[in-house]
Design a binder for this molecule. Structure first.
Ligand code: ZN
Length: 854
């Protein structure tokens, strides 16, 4: 649709002549419980000034119908003013009042005002999600981050509901089984940050109080909510506890009182992302409400997200990027603060930097090696570009680079810079230069060269140690070699590790230095005894791939699990995984390392990523001739570790799940069935609802779950989550009919919410069933452009990614992908980007297979 994909140029043009004084937005969602009702009434009145009277402009709006448009008392004909994406107005005055009355659509895809009906009790729940540009699906507005304004929301909803928005409500009136909620005006914020949550949500309330330096007291009402049917599982005390620790911490670090009054946190159904930092009204995916046992890694992950969103209240909400090019300004910072805050706020998650090094950075390394990678400060031409930029570069690489910046300028200069930034730009918009300006002031360093190397170029460097030693075993020279298209300044620590009396690999030396250029000599190392292991980037200060010298690698093969320090061990695990992905270590060698040492891995998050990576190694990176044996080895390993694990421990649960993911043979599947029926037990392992579904998925994929059995499980767990698992199990059955049904459910109808699209594509794409899914490679490439044109971008992204025939992992599929790319140079750039990335995954798999082939 013309005008839907707002461009940077258009946004700049609009901002150059407009200033917005405020919005009044009235929504009437009383129709929501009526499933036949597809729309709700939305009325926007926006007051704005124009520096060029007589000029024209447009409001963004994606609505089925516009009822009226009134500019400065003059009624315009909606049929001519509204083109399906924009409301055009001309003849602007210096001061204007524009009212647009529309019928907007309830969303099923999580974009705009999402409506969800709970299968448990039939209750209806609503929430909004907008970033980057879906507020226009709910009310007419100038949809760009730099036209900030105060928003005053009024929402009419069923009388039994509660309604929340960014600001607290000032008044509630009841009439005809409806209640009308009038909210206070917000502070000046961007359109994408506005929010409404409405429904019969279960609420927990609390309060935060803090004495400020000026002698006043800051009071922040807190609440956390979820659907009623999740209330028995809602650990609001834990959530609000982390919230209060975070508020303490950020007030100490940022020295700027929380500016948005109250702090609500809503856990909402069918959410497409982790969470969204709407000021005063944060939304989270409700999978963070754990209805079955999860490992501590999941609690840590949730606490990280709580702090990430809270950091955004300052970085992103108080001070906002001017346009999506500088999305990193808020996301890199919040991503960094998620981990930094877990430690600094003294939560119980003391391994946050281990998780960051091992998991968050893996996302960055993967993304940064795609042909589509980009500098952290990106070139975002339009909204489709913006949508794809919520990626491993903007988040994880950006956060890694900020971690390196802290090592480079020191944490005091970094945080003093942040404090000045908030005060200087409060309620405004910024670009890269504004951040560099304050950091240069506080660090006394010229950061332009640093920014050019780290923020304005793309790609990851590999650092390799080069060690020579004399006949007595003393180092004669230790040098650090740097590879990559762009060589960067790296502040790193070099760790030297040797066996102690108990056989553990412990650090015997640490040398911190600046690495620049292609080869840097570590002068301090000369004369030291040659260690068993040289670990570059020890303490994970910089962003790079770590390589090893030959001796160190040999010692890792026999002793990786003996590294005593969990961060150093996590770095070693990451490094051997990167070697595997790069085709420098055979996949079966990586699998052997996991089978040998995963059982002694103490960090549960690292263990769970080892499980996922070992499975990928077998499914994609191993010689196809070895896949069967590799799969059996993983399942055998899972079974024996499950039996060894401490009863009722997180590790036991992780191994049980890994067994479900790898089970193939009669012995494993027999145990799986026994655990489900209760005829088999593993001491301390509770087979709760989520684990039951993992076990059913194993049986379904093996063709050993009947339709009746799966239906009976759904009947016993007739919830949103149950429905998702059931859908995935049906799609995972190893029959042509099951694949056809899953394909058709997604492709031939646009009724499915994103959660069920994902459930279908995940079940469809079981790697071991590649013979069945192979038939769909050709139709997939034929359909791509149609899907991109017809579906919302959230759904289209899931289809393009989820049905890509990655599991084929063969030359023929690579040729098909290349043929599509060659034949569709004019396809939407965002679509081409997704296909290019999946194509690159496939090419990488083929290189790794070649390395693994004996
Ligand atoms: Zn964020």
């Amino acid at each position: 649709m013309p005008g839907k994909n707002l461009s940077r140029d258009e946004a700049q043009q609009r901002a150059s002549i407009l200033a917005v004084d405020g919005y009044q937005v009235r929504l009437d969602v009383t129709s929501a419980p009526d499933r036949e009702a597809g729309t709700f009434r939305s009325t926007t009145t926006v007051a704005f000034r124009c520096s060029q009277p007589g000029a024209g402009t447009f409001l963004d709006l994606l609505a089925p119908a516009v009822r009226s448009v009134t500019l400065n008392g003059r009624a315009l004909d909606p049929a001519t003013a509204y083109d399906g994406a924009r409301v055009h107005v001309d003849g602007l005055a210096a001061e204007n009042v524009l009212t647009v009355e529309a019928d907007c659509a309830y969303s099923r895809t999580g974009e705009g005002l999402h409506r969800f009906v709970d299968p448990v009790d039939g209750e209806t729940y609503l929430y909004t999600h907008y970033e980057p540009a879906d507020a226009r699906r709910v009310f007419a507005n100038f949809e760009q981050p730099d036209l900030k304004a105060p928003f005053t929301f009024t929402v009419t909803a069923p009388a039994a509901w509660d309604v929340w928005s960014n600001a607290p409500h000032e008044n509630v009136t009841e009439q005809d089984a409806c209640r009308t909620w009038e909210f206070a005006p917000t502070k000046p914020i961007s359109t994408y940050l506005t929010a409404v949550v409405a429904g019969p949500y279960h609420v927990a309330r609390d309060h935060y109080r803090r004495e400020l330096a000026d002698g006043t007291t800051l009071e922040i009402p807190l609440s956390a909510m979820c659907r009623q049917s999740l209330a028995p599982y809602f650990d609001a005390d834990e959530i609000l506890g982390v919230t209060k620790l975070g508020l303490d911490f950020f007030h100490e670090e940022f020295d700027y009182p929380y500016p948005f009054g109250k702090y609500d946190q809503a856990f909402v159904p069918e959410y497409n992302i982790g969470a969204m930092e709407n000021p005063g009204c944060v939304t989270f995916r409700e999978e963070f409400v754990f209805r079955s046992k999860v490992t501590d890694a999941a609690y840590e992950g949730r606490a990280n997200v709580i702090l990430h969103e809270m950091a955004h209240m300052w970085f992103g909400d108080l001070v906002t990027m001017r346009w999506w090019d500088d999305l990193w300004l808020k996301e890199s910072f919040a991503d960094f603060m998620g981990s930094y805050g877990l430690i600094g706020a003294r939560t119980r998650y003391s391994s946050a930097w281990v998780t960051f090094a091992n998991q968050r950075k893996a996302w960055a390394y993967r993304q940064d090696q795609f042909p589509t990678t980009h500098p952290i400060t990106a070139d975002i031409r339009d909204l489709e570009d913006a949508k794809l930029n919520f990626d491993g570069i903007t988040y994880a690489k950006g956060a890694s680079v900020l971690k390196q910046l802290v090592a480079y300028v020191g944490s005091e200069a970094f945080f003093e810079g942040a404090r000045r930034y908030f005060k200087r730009h409060a309620f405004g918009n910024t670009e890269l230069g504004d951040l560099l300006e304050v950091l240069e002031e506080t660090s006394g360093r010229d950061l332009k060269a640093w920014a050019a190397a780290w923020l304005q170029t793309s790609g990851v460097n590999a650092l390799t140690p080069q060690v020579t030693a004399d006949a007595e075993g003393r180092i004669t020279e230790l040098a650090v070699l740097q590879d990559g298209d762009v060589l960067r300044p790296h502040r790193i620590a070099v760790g030297l590790y040797d066996r102690d009396a108990d056989g553990a690999l412990v650090r015997t030396g640490r040398i911190e230095l600046d690495v620049t250029g292609a080869r840097t000599v570590v002068a301090e190392a000369a004369g030291l005894p040659r260690p068993a292991l040289v670990l570059l980037n020890d303490d994970d200060l910089t962003y790079c791939k770590i390589r090893f010298d030959e001796d160190s690698l040999e010692n890792l093969r026999s002793g990786l699990g003996d590294i005593h320090d969990e961060l150093a061990r996590a770095l070693a695990w990451s490094a051997v995984w990167n070697l595997t992905r790069d085709g420098l270590m055979p996949a079966r060698d990586y699998v052997a390392l996991v089978l040998r040492f995963a059982g002694q891995e103490g960090n549960i998050g690292v263990l769970q990523s080892l499980h996922a990576q070992a499975k990928t190694a077998v499914d994609l990176y191993a010689d196809p001739a070895w896949r069967g044996e590799g799969g059996r080895l993983l399942a055998d390993g899972a079974l024996s570790e499950l039996r060894e694990a401490v009863p009722a421990s997180d590790h036991q649960l992780a191994w049980a799940r890994f067994l479900a993911q790898t089970a193939g043979g009669a012995e494993h599947l027999g145990l799986v069935r026994g655990l489900l029926s209760g005829s088999a037990r593993v001491d301390g392992l509770e087979v709760d609802q989520e684990l039951r579904w993992s076990l059913w998925l194993a049986l379904a994929a093996a063709g050993q779950a009947t339709d009746e059995e799966l239906a009976a499980e759904l009947a016993a767990d007739n919830t949103a989550s149950g429905k998702r698992h059931y859908t995935q199990c049906l799609a995972a059955r190893p029959t042509a009919e099951a694949k056809a049904a899953a394909w058709s459910a997604v492709i031939d109808s646009d009724e499915l919410p994103s959660a069920l699209v994902e459930a279908n594509t995940a079940g469809f794409s079981i790697p071991s069933q590649r013979d069945l899914s192979a038939l769909y490679a050709a139709p997939y490439f034929k359909l791509l452009e149609r899907i991109w044109a017809e579906r919302t971008i959230e759904i289209a992204m899931r289809i393009v990614g989820g049905f890509f025939p990655i599991a084929q992992a063969d030359e023929q599929t690579l040729a098909e992908a290349d043929a599509w790319l060659a034949g569709h140079p004019q396809a939407a750039p965002a679509l081409r980007r997704l296909v290019l990335e999946r194509r690159d995954d496939l090419a990488r798999a083929l290189r790794a297979q070649a390395c693994d082939r004996i």
